[in-house]
Design a binder for this molecule. Structure first.
Ligand code: HEC
Length: 135
């Protein structure tokens, strides 16, 4: 019986060790600024913003604005409404952004995206921010 318990313990131990090695964890890869976010229920404007975001912003800012290896998460304290207001979103899209907070390089201007579209994207990003404690 004792041997049986030893074997069980051994198996559990190696399972835990294996999980610790294999489980991806945030911050392991310094090239990726990704965070984990909760996606709240979205109203109509935010849902429209989500579609525009998916087409024009997601490739760099990542799924649910969690960041990627090309751009930072927008669900982040430095992009809260008090830090980067709606006007700064408009400016970022119209004129681009010089690299300043991160090391991804500059954000190129996004001339396809109109101001009205940016406003919807902002509604989407603010909904994600609110649901994740970025106020
Ligand atoms: C080609 C990659 C790329 C695309 C596409 C892109 N961004 Fe960015 N964006 C960046 C990077 C990189 C930064 C961070 C620059 C820094 O601070 O170092 C950034 C920063 C920003 C900022 C912060 C501006 C500030 O004042 O600091 C906002 C807002 C933003 N992006 C919005 C958007 C929106 C909205 C879209 C889609 C319409 C978009 N971005 C598409 C790469 C991208």
């Amino acid at each position: 019986v004792r041997r049986f318990f030893l074997i069980v313990l051994l198996l559990l131990g190696s399972a835990a060790a294996g999980w610790a090695v294999l489980a991806p964890s945030i911050g392991d890869d310094p090239g990726v600024a990704a965070v984990q976010v909760v996606v709240p229920p979205l109203d109509g404007v935010a849902r429209a913003g989500e579609r525009i975001y998916a087409e024009r912003c997601l490739s760099c800012h990542g799924p649910d604005a969690t960041g990627s290896d090309k751009g930072p998460p927008l669900v982040h304290v430095i992009y809260g409404p008090a830090q980067v207001g709606d006007a700064a979103f408009l400016a970022a899209v119209r004129r681009g952004v010089k690299q300043r907070h991160w090391t991804f390089g500059d954000m190129p201007q996004q001339p396809k995206t109109t101001d009205a579209e940016v406003q919807r994207v902002v509604a989407y990003v603010r909904a994600l921010q609110r649901a994740n404690g970025v106020n």
